[in-house]
Design a protein around this ligand. Structure first.
Ligand SMILES: *Cc1c(COP(=O)(O)O)cnc(C)c1O
Length: 474
């Protein structure tokens, strides 16, 4: 490189490396793997342009003496490249204790689901039947499994639950009135608001009852000539407590059927197994909704179910057939990767190994004692590795985890937390350090303490987490 770079009394802009020179620098070589050659040359050109502009303004202020222009250009390249790649999707360690963390990708997949998705990445029998070599039904097996597990007659799978609800309303209720309790006109987050979705689908919202109390007679008296559907929306992310009332699914189904209407439940999370012993008794159990007479139920594949992002619609065959034939279905249908991941996830429920195979269920079911044991072992490994006089101190404290993903408000499973104290860093500074770790670590800050909840950290991530903490001891 250019050894004249540090000389003074020369226009430093002339000492800037050429694009070719910068391309050969260590900084450029380290970015090359990500960028490819053409993009890298472009980033180098932009870096040099920015250095030139910066030097010009420094010269005007007499601040451009003895600048190492090579170093300046490499630093600039690092900054520009880092900014460009900042939004890139990368693996992270979720130490927040929020099990279904929407911003961190909701449900982490089971090993079987990951393997199935990798396998389906090549050519796969998406719409082909191996038996006769003829065209097969897309998503057929995943749909059969979901029927088997819920007792529904038929099922259809789309991109997510928002798409599912929109599709159901568009097919079954366009130009018709849909009855919804005032207590269920909720916003789920990310702009999914029940009144808006309903409006967009072409259905008309007819509000029933009050925010805290809606009775079956309120629904009955709201039914008119143009009523098409009774909708129940599970208020996933909030809970009304106190003086409340709402009819059961069975009552709503009975009323709907008496009047020749359909009853549709948007269950949101939906559970395929009873989770009431973990405090999740308020989450609709899909098989129970079907048993209670719901004609159609929609729910997410990546919340409590623990699979890939998808929206599942189950219910009466004639209605599912109508949904599948609608042009909107074609626009909202899921990809082969999703069918593969769902088949593998649902397979674990079928084999009754869901609580060992599916991370979301494993995490929900982990007891506070189990997490205490793991955390104590974790502390022991840390102090075995690091002299106790280091700047970092780990402590075990009691606390709670969160289910998350807009489900189970107020459900806070007891847990044990590892609190990380640093002699020189505040909790916010620690959080920033953890995020800038080679594998970014997300924890929680409470009362000015940085906290790690091992409930949401898999055992194979513990080594990486330990390394991240060890980095802070120097
Ligand atoms: C989460 C949720 C949705 C949206 O589901 P996505 O899979 O995120 O699209 C819709 N309705 C209810 C009741 C929900 O809880």
């Amino acid at each position: 490189m250019n050894d004249a770079a540090v000389r003074t009394n020369i226009d430093p802009r002339r000492e800037l490396p050429s694009v070719d020179e910068l391309l050969r620098s260590a900084a450029a070589r380290s970015w090359g793997m990500l960028t490819g050659e053409r993009m890298l040359a472009d980033l180098c050109r932009r870096s040099i342009d920015e250095c030139r502009a910066e030097l010009t303004s420094k010269m005007a202020n007499g601040l451009a003496e003895s600048i190492d222009t090579n170093e300046l250009a490499e630093e600039k390249l690092n900054t520009i490249a880092r900014t460009f790649f900042a939004p890139k999707q990368t693996r992270v360690i979720n130490a927040t204790g929020v099990v279904v963390h929407t911003n961190l990708g909701r449900a982490p997949l089971s090993e079987a689901a990951k393997a199935a998705m990798v396998e389906a990445a090549g050519y796969a029998t998406v719409e082909m039947s191996i038996g006769d070599g003829k065209r097969g039904r897309r998503g057929g097996f995943a749909e059969d499994l979901i029927c088997e597990l819920t007792g529904a007659e038929a099922a259809v799978i789309v991109n997510n639950c928002a798409a599912a609800a929109f599709l159901v309303l568009s097919v079954l209720a366009t130009d018709r009135e849909v009855l919804v309790s005032r207590g269920e006109l909720v916003e789920i987050g990310g702009d999914f608001r029940v009144p808006d979705v309903l409006g967009r689908s072409g259905a008309y919202l007819k509000e029933v009852g009050t925010t805290n109390r809606t009775k079956i007679s309120d629904y009955a008296s709201a039914i008119g000539e143009n009523t098409g559907l009774i909708l129940r929306v599970h208020p996933s992310n909030y809970k009304i407590i106190g003086f409340t009332a709402t009819p059961s699914n069975a009552e709503l189904a009975e009323l709907a059927h008496e009047k020749g209407l359909a009853f549709f439940e948007d269950a949101g999370s939906g559970a395929l197994v009873d989770l009431s012993q973990y405090g999740l008794g308020d989450e609709p159990l899909i098989s129970r909704s079907i048993e209670d007479g719901a004609d159609i139920v929609s729910f997410s594949g990546d919340k409590l179910l623990g699979g890939p992002q998808s929206g599942l619609i189950v219910g009466r065959k004639e209605l599912i057939v109508k949904i599948r034939r609608h042009p909107l279905f074609r626009a909202l249908r899921a990809s082969k990767l999703i069918y593969a991941g769902l088949e593998a996830t649902l397979g674990a429920y079928l084999r009754e190994t869901a609580f060992t195979e599916i991370p979301v269920l494993r995490m929900i079911a982990a007891s506070s004692d189990e997490i205490y044991e793991r955390s104590a072992r974790f502390l022991k490994s840390f102090y075995g590795k690091i002299a106790s006089s280091s700047k970092v101190e780990l402590k075990l404290i009691e606390g709670v985890s969160v289910i998350g993903g807009g489900s189970a408000p107020g459900v806070q499973p007891a847990t044990h937390l590892v609190s990380v104290d640093h002699a020189e860093l505040t909790a916010d500074e620690l959080a920033a350090k953890f995020r800038s770790n080679r594998i970014a670590v997300f924890g929680r800050i409470e009362n000015d303490r940085f906290l790690i909840d091992l409930r949401t950290v898999s055992e194979n991530e513990e080594g990486e987490l330990l390394d991240a903490i060890s980095q802070l001891t120097f």
